[in-house]
Design a protein around this ligand. Structure first.
Ligand SMILES: Cc1ncc(C[n+]2csc(CCOP(=O)(O)OP(=O)(O)O)c2C)c(N)n1
Length: 349
C-alpha cells in the first residue's frame, strides 16, 4: 500500500535553481553542514573529556536533512527540532559558542545548565527546545499552526519526529487534527531506519511512513535525506502549500543513523553492510562532489578556505564557551517556574 510521492533526486544546477538556490546559497549549504558536523564532533570530544553532563546525542548522517529544512524555513516560521537536528539550529543562525556552552551546562547555554545538553533552542530564532517525551512537540506544533490561522498570519509551524516516534498515538492525533483543520503545518519525519535498536520493518506496515499521510487527508513525500538540494526543494514546496492554505504535508526524510542512539550505544544491531552502503552516501561528501562538479567557483582552494574558516570559527566558539561560568547553585530555581503575573494570556489575567 503506497500512496506517497517519491521525490526525484537532484543532480544538476537546474535542480538547484528549481529549489530556489543561487550560487551563494549552494556554498552556504556546504558551510552549514560542515559547521553542524563540526559542532557535534567537538561536542563528542568534550563529552569524552568529561565536560558534558549526561549522555550525548548526535545527528551524523542527518546534516543535509536538518540544514535543508532549516534553510528552507522563512524567518517567521516556527520549528520544533529534535536531537538529530542540530543543522536546523545552525541554519537558523544559532551561535556555535552558545551551543557548546549549552553542552557543558554553562550559564551562557540556552537553558543555563537547567536542562539536558541537546534540549536546547534559541527561541529568538523561532525554534523551541525539545522535551524527551517523543513526539510530544508535534501536537504543540499543530497548536502553533492553529494560532497562526486564528491570527491570520502567513506563517508555518514545523513539527519533527523520528521514525520510532510515529508509532505513538500523539503523533497520529496531531496528524489527524492538522488534516481535519487543514493547518499550516509541515510534519518532518527523520526516518533514520532505527528507533533505538528497532528496525523499520518492526515499526510500520506501510511501504513508507509518508504513506500514512493519506489516512489523514493530505500528501506525503519520501525524500532522500542525504540529498540536501532535494530536501530544500521539497520543504519549500510543502511550506508554500501550507502558507497558501493548502494544508499539511508529511515529509519523510530517509537517512541512516550513522552513530549509536547516543554515545553510550555502539549500534551493534545495525547490519555492517547497511552501514557501509550508507557511508558511501555521506551527505557532506556527496554534496562536496556535487559542488566540485557543477559550481565553477568551488575549486579545491575555495573548499579548503571554507573548511578552514569553519575550523577557526569552532575553535573560537569553544574558547568562548569554556570561559563561560557554571551556574551558581543558589540560582538553580531561577527561571524554572513561571509567575502567573508575568503571563500575558487571557486565562492568566
Ligand atoms: C514517549 C517516549 N517513550 C520512550 C522514549 C525513550 N526513547 C528516547 S529516543 C527513543 C527512540 C526514538 O527513535 P526515533 O523516533 O526513531 O528517533 P531517533 O532516535 O532514531 O532519531 C526512545 C524509545 C521517549 N523519549 N519518549
Amino acid at each position: 500500500m503506497e500512496s506517497a510521492r517519491l521525490a526525484p533526486a537532484s543532480s544538476t544546477l537546474d535542480d538547484a535553481r528549481a529549489a530556489g538556490l543561487d550560487r551563494v546559497d549552494l556554498q552556504e549549504l556546504y558551510r552549514l553542514m560542515l559547521l553542524t558536523r563540526g559542532i557535534e564532533e567537538r561536542g563528542h570530544i568534550l563529552f569524552r573529556q568529561g565536560k558534558v553532563p549526561g549522555s550525548f546525542y548526535t545527528g551524523r548522517g542527518n546534516e543535509a536533512a536538518a540544514v535543508g529544512v532549516g534553510l528552507a524555513m522563512e524567518r517567521d516560521d516556527v520549528g520544533f527540532p529534535l536531537q538529530r537536528d542540530m543543522g536546523v539550529h545552525v541554519a537558523r543562525g544559532t551561535e556555535p559558542w552558545r551551543i557548546f556552552a549549552q553542552y557543558m551546562g554553562r550559564v551562557d547555554g540556552f537553558t543555563a545548565g537547567r536542562d539536558g545538553n541537546v534540549h536546547m533552542a534559541d527561541t529568538r530564532l523561532g525554534l523551541h527546545a525539545m522535551v524527551s517525551h517523543l513526539p510530544a512537540n508535534v501536537p504543540v506544533a499543530c497548536g502553533v499552526a492553529l494560532a497562526f490561522r486564528i491570527r491570520g498570519e502567513a506563517r508555518v509551524a514545523i513539527g519533527w519526529s523520528g521514525d520510532g516516534a510515529t508509532s505513538r498515538s500523539d503523533w497520529h492525533e496531531a496528524l489527524n487534527f492538522a488534516g481535519v483543520r487543514r493547518l499550516p503545518v509541515v510534519f518532518v519525519v527523520n526516518n533514520n531506519q532505527f528507533a533505538y535498536s528497532t528496525p523499520n520493518d518492526l515499526e510500520f506496515a506501510t511501504g513508507h511512513i509518508a504513506d500514512r499521510a493519506a489516512g489523514y487527508g493530505f500528501g506525503g513525500v519520501v525524500v532522500d535525506g542525504t540529498d540536501v538540494v532535494a530536501v530544500v526543494r521539497e520543504t519549500r514546496a510543502a511550506l508554500d502549500r501550507a502558507r497558501g492554505g493548502g494544508g499539511p504535508t508529511l515529509l519523510e526524510l530517509v537517512t541512516l543513523r550513522m552513530e549509536g542512539h547516543a554515545v553510550h550505544d555502539d549500534a551493534y544491531y545495525v547490519p555492517k553492510g547497511l552501514h557501509d552502503a550508507w557511508s558511501q552516501r555521506d551527505p557532506i561528501e556527496r554534496y562536496r562532489a556535487f559542488l566540485r562538479e557543477h559550481l565553477a567557483q568551488f575549486d579545491e582552494e575555495t573548499d579548503m578556505q571554507v573548511r578552514g574558516d569553519v575550523k577557526a570559527e569552532l575553535a573560537d566558539a569553544l574558547r568562548r564557551a569554556e570561559a563561560s561560568a557554571l551556574p551558581d547553585a543558589d540560582s538553580i530555581l531561577d527561571g524554572l517556574f513561571a509567575d502567573p503575573g508575568e503571563l500575558d494570556t487571557p486565562h492568566h489575567r
